[in-house]
Every structure is written in structure tokens, then in C-alpha cells.
Design a protein around this ligand. Structure first.
Ligand SMILES: [Zn+2]
Length: 102
């Protein structure tokens, strides 16, 4: 989402995943705003819950999708790690000796 910083008045884009997590926090924790961080001055910019929900009217579904994506990513990551550790178990005989010519 595009936001205008209330401190330095510059426009910046807030990461969608972070924003969705923010709406989720608003919803579950009863907050009335979301703190985005301005990329220009690193200060926090308040975004009201109304504005967040207006920007992401289907945030609940999008949030679920995002979590599903994260789950898939973690599963893939775990598989890759398994493969990596399986490869580590095999002894590798590979010695590289560099001959230096002077
Ligand atoms: Zn700023």
C-alpha cells in the first residue's frame, strides 16, 4: 500500500505482507492503528484501522493465503534441509590441491 509519511511528507510503499499482518494484529488485539515505518526517515507512521481495512477489504482471505504460502515455504525449506543433511552423511573424498607455480 502507498503511504504518505506524516513526518517527512514523502510517499513510500508499505510491504503488503507486513500490512496484512498489521490488519490481523488490529483485528485480534483490538488495536486502532497500524505503525508503518517510513523508508525515508525511519520513523513510524500511524495508519488508522479504517484505512487499513479500506485498503485491504479482503484482508482475512489474503492473510490466510499469505499464511498458506508461508507454510508451503517452510515445508519446502524443511525438505531442502533434509536433503542437505542426507548429503552431509555421505563421506566425500574430494581433496583439492592447488599446485602453485612460481
Ligand atoms: Zn518519513
Amino acid at each position: 500500500m502507498q503511504l504518505k509519511c506524516s513526518h517527512c511528507s514523502k510517499m513510500f510503499a508499505e510491504n503488503k505482507d507486513a500490512a496484512l499482518a498489521g490488519v490481523y494484529a488490529i483485528h485480534t488485539e483490538g488495536l486502532n492503528h497500524y505503525d508503518a515505518t517510513c523508508v525515508h526517515c525511519q520513523r513510524s507512521v500511524r495508519v488508522s484501522d479504517e484505512q487499513m481495512k479500506e485498503t485491504y477489504p479482503n484482508w482475512e482471505e489474503e492473510y490466510k493465503e499469505m499464511m498458506a504460502r508461508a507454510d508451503e515455504f517452510e515445508k519446502k525449506q524443511a525438505e531442502l534441509e533434509k536433503l542437505a543433511s542426507a548429503n552431509k552423511g555421505k563421506p566425500k573424498k574430494e581433496k583439492k590441491k592447488r599446485k602453485r607455480k612460481r
